[in-house]
Design a protein around this ligand. Structure first.
Ligand SMILES: CC(=O)N[C@H]1[C@@H](OP(=O)(O)OP(=O)(O)OC[C@H]2O[C@@H](n3ccc(=O)[nH]c3=O)[C@H](O)[C@@H]2O)O[C@H](CO)[C@@H](O)[C@@H]1O
Ligand SMILES: C=C(OP(=O)(O)O)C(=O)O
Length: 434
């Protein structure tokens, strides 16, 4: 298992460009299974989760080519459906969360799919009910094999219907949507997730010949079609990387320019950082973070303590709360970080407390951070990355700390951040990969 050794206290300067979005890549790559024609996808990030999904598709006999860096073509004209029955398929698809989204396309096009318990971060219960119920409503049946711990999904024929999702699940909406585009008749999905990556997936499916309306809202209407065609698609910049760079710049007192951020799709992320007192300057599609000698957390209008909480889009993404939390430790003032969606994502605060941060973990979902201002530097430490976003938060903490820190289990960071050590070293960080 690799590690990072980080010499803290170095300022960053210059320009950095975010990679293509991990979570969009996982959706749109699954969508290539919906057509026998060639689909070209640009701005594909070179990260562990995405590469594992592409390999899984290759193993299913999808023809995959990489004509240029970041560009892939996929052609699913000769899928090996027998492969889905193998232990290898089950093991590989269980290793990442995104692979669950092959189910909708496979069931829609071939009438069968398998679902092992999916991987992804161990950040609390991650149920799949929304996926199951939605795809069942379209006419599929699910049979559980307790020995292999896998669900077999079968559908002779999918039929459009109305459904009200029990929660606005991101991958659940993507999965149901990809099944509904080839179902007969009209499907209406209410309480659909509507974040930018789902908007991108819907736009791509519509270019392939699907008929989805209501894109960007929580009410999607899909008129089923009998086949889909090839297309070309470009993945958005990764908003979680953009947010991580904003926080990193503020906490290390650096002046950086984040290029091509997809600003219009960042929702309330920039304003949420502004609430921590960080100057976030929009320059066209770029974001400039000037040097901060200090930053002071705002209060609510009535003077009460600021809360940064996640919510389904257009609320604040839960994937950035670990970054907000770490950045608040060096702010002036206090903030309540409320992670509503996941119940095990805040435990990494123990490590920040060891580094000298003042944090009260109120319960698994809430932590109060008492910002000490940057006059009190965090101390270097030896850390283990528990999940992808705590991992980047710990990296930011180590970059701002006095002394040399080590972070173990950095596979958890590599899962979502492309060449993060090299890219940060180019703008002044001192990170060594062991
Ligand atoms: C591969 C991928 O795209 N992963 C993302 C996706 O995961 P994923 O699609 O697995 O997450 P879901 O949207 O299904 O739900 C995430 C968690 O939030 C809870 N929940 C969800 C909706 C809701 O209205 N109320 C609620 O409490 C769920 O019970 C679950 O515990 O979306 C999550 C939520 O943005 C992100 O953290 C993940 O990075
Ligand atoms: C939780 C995340 O990923 P996954 O859903 O793949 O575990 C994430 O991207 O923050």
């Amino acid at each position: 298992m690799s590690s990072f050794v980080i010499e803290g206290g170095h300022k960053l300067s210059g320009e950095i460009t975010p990679q293509g979005a991990k979570n969009e890549a996982l959706e749109v790559i699954c969508a290539v299974l919906l057509t026998p024609e060639k689909v070209t996808i640009h701005n594909v990030p070179d990260i562990l989760d995405v590469n594992n999904l592409i390999q899984l598709l290759r193993d299913m006999r999808v023809k995959v080519e990489r004509p240029a860096v970041g560009t892939y073509t996929f052609q699913a004209d000769d899928i090996d459906l027998e492969y889905l029955q193998t232990e290898e398929f089950l093991r590989k698809s269980a290793s990442l969360r995104g692979s669950v989204m092959v189910v909708g396309p496979l069931v829609a096009r071939f009438g069968k799919a398998m679902i092992p318990k999916p991987g992804g971060d161990k950040i609390g219960r991650r149920r799949l009910d929304t996926h199951f119920v939605g795809i069942q409503k379209l006419g599929a049946t699910f049979t559980y094999d307790p020995d292999r711990r896998v669900y077999e999904v079968v559908a002779e024929h999918l039929r459009g219907t109305y459904m009200l999702l029990d929660e606005a699940s991101v991958t659940g909406t993507a999965n149901i949507l990809m099944a509904a585009v080839l179902a007969e008749g009209k499907t209406t999905i209410y309480n659909a997730a509507c974040e930018p990556y789902l908007q991108q997936l819907s736009a791509m499916l519509n270019r392939m010949g699907a008929r989805i309306s209501g894109v960007g809202s929580n009410l999607l209407t899909i008129e089923g079609v009998s086949e889909l065609h090839g297309t070309e698609h470009t993945i958005l910049p990764d908003m979680i990387e953009v947010g991580s760079f904003i926080g990193m710049a503020a906490m290390t007192g650096s002046d950086i320019l984040i290029k091509n951020t997809g600003y219009d799709k960042l929702g309330i992320i920039p304003d949420s950082f502004r609430r921590l007192g960080i100057t976030v300057e929009q320059q066209g599609d770029d974001i400039h973070i000037p040097t901060h000698d200090s930053y002071e957390i705002d209060t609510f209008i009535d003077g009460s303590i600021m809360t940064i909480a996640d919510a389904p889009w257009p609320g604040l993404t839960p994937d950035l709360l670990s970054v907000f939390l770490v950045v608040a430790t060096q702010a002036v003032g206090s903030v309540l970080i409320h992670q509503k969606m996941f119940e095990s994502r805040l435990f990494f605060v123990d490590k920040l407390i060891d580094m000298g941060a003042q944090i009260i973990l109120c319960d698994p979902h809430r932590a109060t951070v008492i910002g000490l201002g940057n006059r009190f530097k965090l101390r270097a430490s030896t850390l283990v990355s528990p999940d992808i976003r705590a991992g980047i938060a710990l990296l930011i903490a180590a970059m701002s700390a006095e002394g040399t820190s080590t972070i173990h289990n950095i596979d958890q960071i590599d899962r979502g951040y492309q060449d993060i050590d090299k890219r940060l070293n180019q703008i002044g960080a001192r990170i060594t990969r062991l």
